[in-house]
Design a protein around this ligand. Structure first.
Ligand code: ATP
Ligand code: MG
Length: 500
């Protein structure tokens, strides 16, 4: 058995045991030959028969899910009376049938039309077929364009709800669901119809926070806690963007907030926009540091895990199962959550930008100054940041990470000393600083948060202080990378015997 056949046999086997939810179809394309004229898809199987100039041609193929547009009547599944009979279906090998092209009823078949020579007949057949192709191509282009902007809402309608039971069997808990999510292959999350069903069966319990875009609630789903961020209708773009970023392929990571579902429910008067994620009872790092001081071990755990999360976010992974580089653009202690095991999960990806490395472009037009003024890097404050260069955004994130490290290190209670919690620049700017306030301090006076001398007496605090300084250079390109910080702290955690 050759390699391709073996792979396909394994897939068939997996599919028959319900382990793998790809659809298997018959396929007539030349490039399916190696796989025994079979293909697999996340969309539909298609069979079509066309008659052009009296010649009958049969085609069987896999249609990827993202090409099933418009929903309900995908172009690839359309028929044209007298020329083309197409059928799309959604079960394994369902496209094995032989379709017939039905003769036109209103218009007698051209071959029987009296007085028409072969040239006229050919022209009369080819003309409308050509026109039909042009119309289909044009319409497909327009829909794909539209779909890119509002892609996942469209996909919602074409997914096959018959697989819902695989995800939502009665005995499945939140943990099972999250496990399914992390092993489901695409690495981008649950199918959208499952997301909607989960979101609509959550029972909200209590409000746990309020941010710029709406409220955050603790909710219950099948005996487990979830966090629900409810956006106001005005903030639909933010909701959409955040859901889109969280569903970036292969984004899931233990130090990035685990996304569960997005849902937009119209209740007749307004649209409720929900974003459901893992719930972390300690809340944000800001909440945590206000409440608790930390040991050296606790500090290293928080700092190393935050660097791991940021390194994963920033990293571009090539290949079909890869991920684009992502810059956060609003990193701060309020946007990092603390997990039960004392590690961090980076949250609030609504302002993030993704790098499209093939074209070396950024996936949305980045506006000059977004994020939280207090955490803005000097080049963002004075608008000298080169926004055409994706790495600039990563360097700005590193500056903010340095500030977060300062907030953590101040709360380290080694040697019985620790300071009270403070926001960065608390002693230099007012409580709700303007850009101008920040610019004067950070760019003109080139001031940075104070690194106390006593930190030099403790290796871990000395290393943290050194990292901070190297995150705060005025020149973004000179700053450390997240991966470099991660490696330095991983080494420190070994030296300090920290159990992660
Ligand atoms: N997944 C979660 N688990 C537990 N608590 C959370 C979770 N997500 C958010 N919170 C809490 O809700 C608060 C509000 O979050 P939200 O992101 O809306 O606003 P913020 O981060 O405080 O401010 P901003 O609007 O500037 O981002 C957080 O500070 C945190 O205490
Ligand atoms: Mg936030």
């Amino acid at each position: 058995m050759d390699k391709h056949r073996m792979v396909l046999s394994l897939l068939v086997l997996a599919a028959s045991f319900g382990l793998y939810d790809a659809l298997l179809c018959n396929c007539t394309n030349a490039d399916c030959e190696k796989q025994g004229y079979q293909c697999q898809t996340d969309g539909a199987c298609m069979a079509s028969t066309s008659v052009i100039e009296g010649v009958e041609q049969r085609v069987r193929a896999c249609i990827p899910r993202d090409q099933l547009v418009p929903p309900g009547q995908p172009f690839y599944c359309l028929s044209a009376e007298g020329y083309l009979n197409t059928h799309c279906c959604y079960s394994d090998y369902c496209n094995s049938m032989d379709l017939q092209v039905h003769p036109v009823t209103a218009w007698p078949p051209l071959s029987y039309t009296e007085g028409w020579g072969p040239v006229e007949v050919a022209a009369a057949v080819a003309g409308p077929v050509f026109l039909l192709c042009v119309v289909l191509l044009l319409a497909r282009f327009l829909f794909q364009h539209h779909q890119r902007a509002y892609g996942h809402r469209h996909r919602l309608d074409v997914e096959d709800p018959s697989t819902e039971h695989l995800y939502l069997a009665k005995d499945k808990t939140l943990q099972d669901l999250i496990y399914d999510l992390s092993t489901s292959g695409s690495g981008s999350g649950l199918p959208l119809f499952v997301q909607r069903t989960v979101a609509r069966t959550i029972v909200l319990q209590e409000i746990i926070g309020k941010g710029r875009f709406g409220e955050v609630w603790r909710g219950r789903w099948r005996g487990g806690d979830v966090a629900v961020k409810i956006f106001s209708s005005r903030e639909e773009r933010s909701w959409f963007r955040e859901a889109e970023i969280y569903q970036t392929i292969m984004l899931r990571h233990e130090n990035i907030l685990g996304f569960i579902a997005a849902d937009n429910k119209d209740n007749g008067t307004w649209t409720q926009l929900w974003l459901v994620s893992d719930y972390h009872e300690y809340g944000s790092l800001f909440d945590f540091l206000n409440r608790y001081s930390v040991t050296i071990e606790g500090m290293i755990k928080l700092a190393l895990s935050a660097a791991s999360g940021l390194a994963h976010l920033h990293m571009e992974i090539l290949g079909t199962q890869g991920k684009p580089g992502i810059a956060h653009r609003d990193l701060k202690s309020k946007n990092i959550l603390v997990k039960k095991n004392g590690t961090c999960a980076i949250a609030d990806l609504g302002l993030a930008v993704r790098h499209e490395s093939i074209t070396d472009t950024i996936d949305i037009a980045p506006n000059q100054r977004v994020g939280t003024k207090r955490y803005m890097a000097p080049e963002v404050l004075d608008e000298t940041i080169n926004m055409r260069h994706f790495d600039s955004f990563k360097c700005a994130d590193i500056y903010a990470l340095g500030l977060v490290y300062w907030e953590i290190a101040r709360r380290c209670n080694e040697g019985g000393i620790h300071e009270e919690y403070q926001l960065p620049y608390y002693d230099l700017v007012p409580s709700d600083p303007s850009i101008e306030d920040m610019r004067k301090v950070v760019c003109d006076q080139r001031l940075r948060p104070n690194i106390p001398n006593w930190w030099q007496s403790y290796e871990a605090l000395r290393v943290m202080g050194k990292i901070m300084r190297e995150c705060w250079y005025a020149n973004g390109a000179a700053r450390l990378t997240a991966l470099r910080i991660k490696k330095t702290l991983a080494q420190l955690s070994i030296e300090e015997d920290v159990k992660i």
